[in-house]
Design a protein around this ligand. Sequence first.
Ligand code: UD1
Ligand code: MG
Length: 402
Amino acid sequence: MSIRRRTPVTEQTVASSGPQPPNPEPPTEEFSLRPPKRGLILSVLALFFIPFFYMLFVYYPIENDLRRSISIGVAMSLGGLVITVRLIPVAARYLLRRNLFGYDINKRGTSQGSVKVPETLGIVTAIVFLVVAIVLQQCNLTADSEWLVEYNAALACICFMTLLGFVDDVLDIPWRVKLVLPTFASLPLLMAYAGHTSIIIPKPLVPYVGLSVLDLGLIYKVYMIMLVVFCTNSINIHAGLNGLEVGQTVVISFAVLIHNLMQIGASTDFDYKQAHAFSIYIVLPLLTTSLGLLAFNWYPSSVFVGDTYTYFAGMSLAVVGILGHFSETLLLFFLPQVLNFLYSCPQLFHFVPCPRHRLPRFDPQTGLLTGTNDMNLVNLFLRLFGRCTEKALCIRLLIFQA
Ligand code: UD1
Ligand code: MG
């Protein structure tokens, strides 16, 4: 396959019908893709990993064993990044051949708006992630590790969710069905979960409740399902701008990574540290493989991520929060998604009409986006802070996330 540098995918290069140029190449050979944004990858890596390594090797007195395991995780995850970047152009060609593409709605009215953009490239990220996570497990967990059951259950959930996301991308499932898909995918974790099911009662309430810790039992598992459903769908509905789905995941993953390291550094309890190390082994490959996808999905997108990616990313973050025992903190990192979800509720539950796409209005003359009355953060930001380009809006939303 030829990847032509700086040549955008155009309608002509991918169309199978319409007027053909003289001596047309076979359709699969004609597909061309912009090169990945290597500068973006390198800047984000430097921005993230310099403070990360400083905390790991200098700031916190962490045991050498754990430092070694985490470093192995970093090395393998960087390998995953390289593989993702190499595989995406190949997969994009195959997906396009099977008619899995979308039109870039925020470029409608320009030549870029009629380009078939390969969709569902999240499948590459998810597969590379799973491979890295499984190999990492072989390196860092022994065969008799008590963590193995939960680690495998977590991977089964992520794998199941990816499958359902892919089914959604191929079959275009109705919205009400989409909402409940993550419930099924969370089953492996629910069955395997052997962690605590209790919550700590805030001190001022202890005299009234008569307990300092309340065991929720089955209700805790219902809470876990709700968390999974929320994480997966909330990333999926905070979307529609080039780079936003992946960008938010990268920011949240980094926050989770640093949070885990801080918890490990501040604790002396072995189990507690293990729980957070466990989170790191999942979130590291999530971060790097997502970065590989971002290099193609950043404005102007040469590929779309599909619901395969949003569901995969949401599920990965949810299992990390549940098994690392910091789901409340995780919700704090999901603050923009919580706000977006609450603001979206009237449309999601059809009290207010909800169109298929709740995207801004694009003005081809100026190249700027204008907010519509649709109830989501993307439109709210445009209404509050004025019209801007798609890229500027995505950056504003990611800064808000950070
Ligand atoms: C969710 C949102 C929908 C939003 C869509 C965009 C809700 C209830 N649903 O729907 O409002 O429009 O995500 O992803 O909030 N697309 C672009 N530019 C991008 C990314 C996607 O134009 O940067 C378009 C493409 O045509 C692509 C399509 O969105 O094919 C993908 O939409 P899909 O992920 O299937 O939408 P939903 O997740 O159902
Ligand atoms: Mg989507």
